[in-house]
Design a protein around this ligand. Structure first.
Ligand SMILES: Cc1cc2nc3c(=O)[nH]c(=O)nc-3n(C[C@H](O)[C@H](O)[C@H](O)COP(=O)(O)OP(=O)(O)OC[C@H]3O[C@@H](n4cnc5c(N)ncnc54)[C@H](O)[C@@H]3O)c2cc1C
Ligand code: HEM
Length: 1016
């Protein structure tokens, strides 16, 4: 259960944005990382305090975040002890196996875990058998050398119950033979395991030294598994030992650090500096200095000659002799001289050819070259490398995350053989006094230069390894976000060049995105002008990941984290300068060109937060469903008239968007003013939807240039010129009549009449109309703060904000349902059944709102259409506040424009599922499944259909009254045939987005008797 835990030695949350601090949790054997992300200080599960082991950035599980509070000079975090200690959350894995497929995985390490999690996570239902000779379940192997851990409970990634829950059979045995023809694996104890797909993940065997004494003397160890660690720990006993470590690469160096406390530790290495082969001499020496500070001694550029027995116990080692004659006393010797691929069981197998080093050559999907249905992953796989400088050269990389990602890649290939394998940047980390991070790879390309940034004396530095101008790898200490950033940029092949880094470029300012977007807003504006922003939402994040730069100062996020930060209900960010372009009134400008708007109630473009809050509070009660439902009969009247007219059309082809606009405007007319614009009768909206859409095209491009927008308020010439250059100028057709004119006139007349008072000549008669304007006038009378300016504006705003949005939502719902016959069939079943059982009137009567919202499948179909085709087709852009924003390893300074593109957010597979691109209403109806309700709640929450946080749509309940009634009513009366459906890329979308160009026929289904037949 969650409770508060005090953080040791921390008295305040005074961290700067982007700053972080590791702290111990009192009463728990755990540490957390306190960090200031965009002004909010949070604690992130970090690592175990006693062992000092770290979690890798690309760790198996996600890191949970805990709330941090400051009180009485102390800081507390809230969370449950187990989660804080464990430091991560386990992904869903459960499965009951079925079918004849059977994957056998040989080996129980990092790669194996990646495969089985990839398989079950990707929906694989077949059998999985894991054969491992290690004697326990897969462990977090890197921890062995960082803390010489021997406690399996702390090392095992998953417990037995977890494997059982995923129907994974774990066999504790050694594979001795594989018959690739008969597709079976034989084990040492005589077991035979048939497979349909085989994954070999047997890792590495530590090399020994073929020198005198090393093979025969005791107390000489290697370290690969818990048995080895136990032997080493046993030999060290009460400490005070002389330990000689041979090999100055990662494992040797880590063991040196791990054993340095209380022992006399010496590292012997062949290179001039430790880790020189991977990191170069300079970086090697920086690290050497840190390790020397722990008391470790080094003998470098040294050759080992032999090991001599101990005088007191001749069966054990007593000293190591170097080629230069140096004699190093040793109670214990640990070898860290590399590993060889553990493939002995394949050595004599004629069906397979091992590489010279004993590894297996695989393709990009980790499928073994020359064998069918066999994969090799991890330390035994020699695979093509496509990272920077790799050019597909074959390499073998011994990293934990490479093995695991290879496992996931193989799993994905087993599930969908045609899917192109994803490239993962190799990443590793090491505990060398401080935490070293490394990404990329130099094996394929080599490197000829290192660019250093930062200050090694401060423990904060980055080294970039370059071959020519290409940066092929990087290492860092004390600058983790830089590594996360580089890993991402390398995956996208967008690392900056060596010269740029030499010129001082800070990698953290390098956010992925189209190159041209970083230069100017023109890039985005061109896409907007061409109506392609819906497409950008669909594609950009797929290419660049969860954070994309779309302008020099504009970033889009598609992550839950981004969404929550930007649109949280209480602390959401303020609107960006984009909304200047949607302003209804000209602002005044001060000398700094800051815009100041008069207080007129212009919700969409209101920048004054205090003013906005007051306005929203005032009108809130009127727009609640409880009040809005009063106007239901007005909507019924419109529906009846629309149905009659559409029936009269007798299945003739119509423009769907125009008809939905007709209905939207008529509904608003009836609800707000008890008035009809005559669109239904005329079977036309008089071109108003097309005309106002051109207005959105213009506003959407202007919005990207706030300064020009401001200036164009004052210089019409400038505005016109800009419009012309961008092709945004449009002509109003002759005789064009917008409904806004009568709306404005009627509202004004009624307001004037109501406010003129009964005593004056010609004074108003009591107005008995039951519509929203009556309520608004009443509100004005009761609450003077809701002044006459507000009243007049809001009367019209209902139309301005509601006509296209409702048209867009209705069009999306009808187009998607109409173009998916199975969905339409189920909706009609539901609608017609409900109608006939709840409304027995001849002809069906109307469907009440209360009944409409109970049509669960119909509701899901509408929500699903709104998800894929939200009314807002561009980012709902906001401004980073003064504290800045730290997210996904980047820091965004105050004033950066940030936002989520609804189209992208709504296709985030983590929230909406891997099939997020598909129209599948059932995703909203998962109550039966174990995690279903939680998934649906997340989809409702991480959603921009109605906007976000405190700036979410105030007209939602009014819109729902209309949409939730109109869609079922039309599908009860008609079979909808979508006759033309342009491809999504061909539908022009702007900030306001509509499914344009959809043609449809409304085919009447006849009277109630006929409808009844459809009820099963
Ligand atoms: C001490 C140590 C520290 C490390 N630290 C880091 C680090 O900090 N960062 C990093 O990125 N990498 C690190 N590595 C490397 C990393 O652990 C390996 O690259 C990774 O574990 C490889 O995964 P794998 O699945 O290929 O093999 P392994 O994880 O080694 O798993 C292989 C499994 O196969 C089993 N096996 C072998 N032969 C057979 C057989 N014939 N039948 C059945 N089972 C068999 C083995 O017992 C073992 O369970 C470290 C390695 C060690 C040893
Ligand atoms: C199905 C129909 C509708 C949908 C999907 C919808 C959706 C949205 C969305 C997504 C926003 C946020 C825009 C942004 O942050 O940039 C918004 C804002 C707004 N909506 Fe709606 N809307 C609909 C109908 C209506 C109606 C009928 C009204 C009439 C009252 C209305 C009034 C407003 C107003 C005034 C705002 C601005 C709020 C602000 O910026 O703070 N909407 N709407």
């Amino acid at each position: 259960m969650a409770q508060e835990y005090k953080l040791k030695g921390v008295s305040s949350l005074a961290l700067q944005p982007g700053e972080k601090q590791e702290v111990e949790v009192e009463g728990l054997d755990a540490k957390v990382l306190l960090l200031n992300a965009a002004g909010t200080v949070q604690a992130i599960a970090c690592f175990n305090a006693k062992t000092g082991d770290v979690e890798d950035a690309p760790a198996l599980n996600a890191l949970p975040v805990f709330k941090a509070t400051e009180r009485d000079g102390a800081v507390y975090i809230t969370g449950d002890a187990a989660t804080i200690k464990r430091g991560n959350r386990t992904p869903n894995f459960k499965c009951t196996k079925s079918g004849d497929d059977k994957v056998v995985v040989v080996g129980g390490g990092s790669g194996a875990l990646g495969v089985i999690e990839g398989l079950r996570g990707g929906g694989y239902q077949g059998a999985i058998t894991l054969i491992s000779n290690e004697g326990y379940l897969p462990i977090d192997r890197p921890k062995l050398s960082k803390a010489l851990l021997t406690d399996l409970a702390k090392l095992q990634w998953r417990d037995e119950a977890w494997y059982k829950s995923g129907s994974v059979e774990v066999v504790n045995d050694e594979a001795t033979e594989v018959d690739f023809g008969a597709k079976t694996v034989t084990t040492k104890s005589g077991g035979q395991f048939a497979y349909t797909k085989l994954v070999l993940a047997t890792g590495g065997t530590p090399r020994l030294l073929p020198l005198q004494g090393f093979k025969v003397l005791g107390n000489i160890f290697t370290l690969r598994n818990v048995h080895d660690a136990k032997r080493i720990v046993g030999a060290i006993g009460e400490k005070g030992k002389k330990i000689v470590i041979i090999g100055s690469s990662f494992i040797g160096m880590e063991i040196a650090v791990a054993t340095s406390n209380g022992n006399d530790v010496t590292v012997v290495g062949m290179e001039k500096a430790p880790l020189e082969r991977v990191l170069g001499e300079k970086v090697g020496n920086i690290i050497k200095k840190g390790v020397e500070a722990k008391g470790v001694k080094f003998y470098l550029s040294a050759g080992v000659d032999k090991a001599e027995p101990s005088a007191s116990n001749p069966s054990n080692v007593g000293s190591v002799h170097l080629k230069d004659g140096t004699k190093l006393e040793a109670d214990i010797v640990i070898l860290g001289v590399g590993v060889a691929p553990a493939t002995e069981y394949l050595k004599d197998n004629s069906a397979v050819r091992l590489e010279e080093d004993g590894s297996l050559k695989v393709d990009e999907a980790f499928s073994v070259v020359g064998l069918k249905d066999v994969y090799a992953i991890g330390d035994i796989a020699t695979h093509p490398y496509r990272g920077p400088g790799g050019e597909g050269k074959f390499v073998r990389i011994e990293h934990w995350n490479v093995a695991q990602n290879a496992g996931r890649t193989a799993a994905s290939h087993i599930l969908s053989p045609n899917r192109t394998p994803e490239f993962y940047t190799p990443v590793f980390w090491s505990a060398l006094g401080a935490q070293l991070r490394y990404c990329g790879n130099t094996m394929g390309s080599g490197w000829d230069d290192v660019v250093m940034q930062g200050d090694p004396d401060q423990g904060k530095w980055v080294a970039y390894y370059a071959k020519g101008e290409t940066v092929v790898a990087m290492a860092s200490m004390g600058m983790d976000p830089a590594m996360a950033q580089c890993a991402q940029l390398m995956s996208l092949n967008r690392m900056p060049s060596k010269s740029k880094l030499q010129g001082g470029l800070d990698i953290l300012t390098r956010i992925p995105g189209p190159r041209l977007a970083a230069l100017s807003n023109i890039w985005q504006a061109r896409h907007v002008r061409n109506g392609r922003v819906h497409e950008l939402g669909k594609t950009l994040h797929n290419i660049y990941g969860p954070v994309v730069r779309v302008g020099p100062n504009e970033i889009w996020f598609t992550s839950e984290g981004g969404f929550k930060k930007i649109y949280s209900a209480g602390n959401g960010y303020e609107k960006s300068g984009f909304y200047l372009a949607t302003a209804l009134i000209k602002p005044s400008l001060d000398w700094r060109l800051n815009a100041h708007f008069p207080d007129t109630l212009d919700f969409l473009s209101e920048f004054d937060v205090k003013r906005y809050r007051l306005q929203r509070r005032l009108i809130g009660p009127l727009y609640l469903t409880s009040n809005i439902k009063k106007f239901e009969s007005a909507v019924d009247g419109v529906i009846e008239a629309a149905v009659a007219e559409l029936r009269a059309l007798n299945g003739a082809e119509v423009d769907l968007k125009e008809w939905m606009h007709i209905i939207a405007v008529e509904c608003l007319g009836a609800v707000v003013l008890s008035w009809s614009p005559g669109y239904i009768k005329n079977r036309s909206d008089g071109g108003t939807s097309t005309h106002s859409y051109l207005g959105w095209k213009r506003k959407s491009v202007f919005g990207l240039f706030p300064t020009i927008t401001k200036m164009s308020f004052y210089s019409r010439t400038l505005g016109r010129a800009f419009s012309n250059v961008w092709g945004l100028t449009y002509k109003t057709p002759k005789n064009f009549k917008t409904f806004f004119t009568p709306v404005y006139q009627k509202a004004s007349k009624r307001i004037a009449s109501a406010l003129r008072g009964p005593r004056q000549p010609g004074g108003a008669k009591t107005d008995h109309r039951n519509d929203l304007l009556t309520d608004l006038i009443q509100l004005h009378k009761e609450r003077p703060e809701f002044n006459e300016t507000y009243l007049r504006r809001l009367a019209v705003t209902n139309f301005g904000a509601g006509h296209e949005t409702m048209c867009s939502a209705l069009t999306a719902a009808m187009a998607m349902i109409g173009s998916h016959p199975d969905v339409q069939h189920r909706v009609q079943q539901e609608v017609r059944h409900t109608t006939t059982t709840t409304t027995p009137a001849p002809g069906g009567g109307t469907l009440t709102y209360d009944n409409a919202v109970r049509l669960r499948y119909t509701q899901a179909s509408i929500k699903e259409a709104q998800r894929l085709h939200p009314v807002i087709g561009m980012s709902l852009s906001r401004k980073v506040p003064a504290s800045g924003l730290s997210l996904h390893g980047y820091f965004f300074p105050a004033g950066t424009t940030v936002g989520c593109h609804p189209v992208a957010l709504h296709r985030n597979p983590d929230v909406f599922g891997v099939d997020a691109d598909e129209y599948r209403p059932d995703r909203w109806l998962q109550e039966e499944e174990e995690e279903g309700p939680a998934r649906v709640r997340a989809m409702e929450r991480i959603n921009l259909t109605w906007g976000g946080g405190s700036r979410a749509c105030p007209g939602r309940h009014l819109a729902e009254l209309v949409v939730y009634k109109v869609v079922p009513a039309l599908l009860r009366e008609f079979d909808l045939e979508v006759t033309a459906m342009p491809a999504e890329g061909e539908m022009m979308c702007y900030f306001m987005a509509m499914m344009t160009g959809v043609k449809a026929r409304f085919r009447p289904v006849g009277m109630a008797g006929e409808r009844k037949r459809l009820v099963v």
